[in-house]
Structure formats: C-alpha cells, structure tokens
Design a protein around this ligand. Sequence first.
Ligand SMILES: C[S@@+](CC[C@H](N)C(=O)[O-])C[C@H]1O[C@@H](n2cnc3c(N)ncnc32)[C@H](O)[C@@H]1O
Length: 328
Amino acid sequence: MTMPTREDVALAYHELLRRAPEDESVLHAHAAAHADVEAMRASIAASPEAFALAERAAFEDSFAGTRRADGTKDLSSLDLRGLDRHFAILGEAMRSGVFNTGRAHYALCLAHGVRQAVHLGLDRIAALEIGVAQGAGLLNLIRAAGFFRREYGFAVDVWGMDNATGLPPLADHRDHPEIWHGGQFAMGEPEGLRARLPPWAHLLIGEAGELLAGFAARTAGVPLGFLSIDVDLHSSTTRVLPVLLGEAERYLPALPVYLDDVEILVSYNRWCGEAAAVEAHNALNPLRPVERKGVAWNIHNFHVCHVLDHPVRTGARRPRLPFEIGPF
Ligand SMILES: C[S@@+](CC[C@H](N)C(=O)[O-])C[C@H]1O[C@@H](n2cnc3c(N)ncnc32)[C@H](O)[C@@H]1O
C-alpha cells in the first residue's frame, strides 16, 4: 500500500471537517481523521529531523501563489481553494510544533485572524493579550506573529496589557476565591519584559479597563485580529469586555477570541468567572456576541466575537473573498 503524503492526510482531514454534518458524526469524522494524522506523525517521529523536513516540504509545496522578491509568500495571490490548501497544512504544522510558533492555540487563533484579513484584502492586524503576568503568553504570541511577518510579509502588531501588580482584590464568589487570590501573578518590574519585545510589540501597564480608552487611538486604522483575555476573575473580565464594543471596523468581522479560564477546572461554571462575564456581555450586546466554537475546530478554548454590525456582516460591503473559512 502506498503511504499517503502528509499533504494528502491534512487535506483529507480538512475536507472531512468541512463536510461533516452538525451532529455527533462530526466527532467521529474528527477522531478518525485525527487517528490518520497521528499514525502518520508517529511513523515520521521516529526521526525528528525527517519529520521537520517533511513538514517544511509539505508546507512549501502547499503554497501555489506568488513569492515576493524578498522570498515572502504573498497570501493575497491565492484564491479560496489555494488558501484552503495552504492553511490546512499550516494548521498541521502549527500543531506539530516544528515551526516554533509557540502555544498552538495562540498561533492557530492568530492564523484564523490572518486568514480573515486576507479575505478582506488587508495586510495588517493587531493582536492583544489582556493579562500578561510574567509574559509567557505575550512572548508566545510574539513568536507566532513573527512567523507571519517572516513567511508572508504580513504585519501583526502585538499588544499586551497588565497592571503589573497581580490579580486585584476579589469581589465575590464569581471571582472563584477557591482558586485565585489578590496579588497572584504579579509581574513586578515591567522593564525586564519590555526589553525582550521587538519594536512591533508593546506592553501597556495599568488597570486594563482604564487602558481600553486610549487603545483605539493607538491602533487606529489597524483592525484587531486576535484577542486573548486572561485576567482570571469575573470582575476583571467584566471590566475588559468593552474592548469589543468599539466602532465595528476596528475588528475583523468574526474576531478570534481566546478565553483562558473556562471549563477546564472542576469549579468553573457558567454562573461565575470569565464564562459568566461573557454571558452577561452577550445579553447586553446582541450585535457583539462572543461564542465558543466546538470540537471540530480543534483549538483549545477558541471563541469568536461576531461583529454583526460590521459592513461585511450586514451585507453593506462584500469581502474580496467570501468567508468560506472552515476549521484548519
Ligand atoms: C494568569 S495571569 C496572565 C498569564 C498570561 N496570560 C500567560 O499566559 O502567561 C493574569 C494576569 O491578569 C492581570 N490582571 C487581572 N485583572 C486585571 C485588571 N483589571 N487590569 C490589569 N491586569 C489585570 C494580573 O495582573 C495577572 O498578571
């Protein structure tokens, strides 16, 4: 039997996910496709060097567009199917870790932001992490953003916000006092982290709810293409969710949002924490709901803020390419 190439498997996987109906068979399709990918990965993983080379080769082969004089791949030269093909392999490569794009969930959320921007004809987005602590997440986001800059000449500006003093005093049971306490995760002196940032990444220090007021002016003309909220507390999440209530064109129309503190601990629930803050936000803001995406997307804690008053979503403007963007 001939061994399928990595590209064959990734494309088959992508196709299955696209075609699977919205019922429990999506789970079976997902599991079956994943088993193939895992089997292939295991066979190559016997030699990490061969695995990395195969991954890089599949990635390069899957790009059928134009390369610029500086070698970067011009994503705007791909059509819908070309983007499907290339992002299927990109998703695989990001999950495998061989491209050193950091935390897979950050890299994949960002990849979804970049892909939407390409559909809109944009070549620059901003990515924001609210709640930075020692900077592990921010540095991972910078790694992923650097990948898009190097490979595609696609500009991702990275922003981080934190008070530097750790979690504020907890308000009530909705802040999960059984898990968190005031002062936890204090960053300390921010200059050490600042010194490690490239010129296109910025760290803003202050109470995040207050920092939001000036944020629109700082990112003027560059839509937000990825948002990570990692402030742990219900009270803090409630303070920062208005980041989603600016003028519609300040965001991608289906903005990828990562929420760190939902579901995975036993005492998390929809009446407390980030989940309750999001539910209240959704009730008050029907044109900016935040929705958790399901297992078919295979991205940890992946959410989308639907900017339903964005011109592309009201039908006032057509995107350069339609938003036929499925899981990758
Ligand atoms: C769990 S840590 C962030 C971890 C980081 N995202 C990572 O992945 O490495 C939570 C952070 O949120 C910050 N924070 C919580 N509420 C805040 C608020 N209202 N304003 C600013 N920062 C806040 C805390 O200072 C803390 O550093």
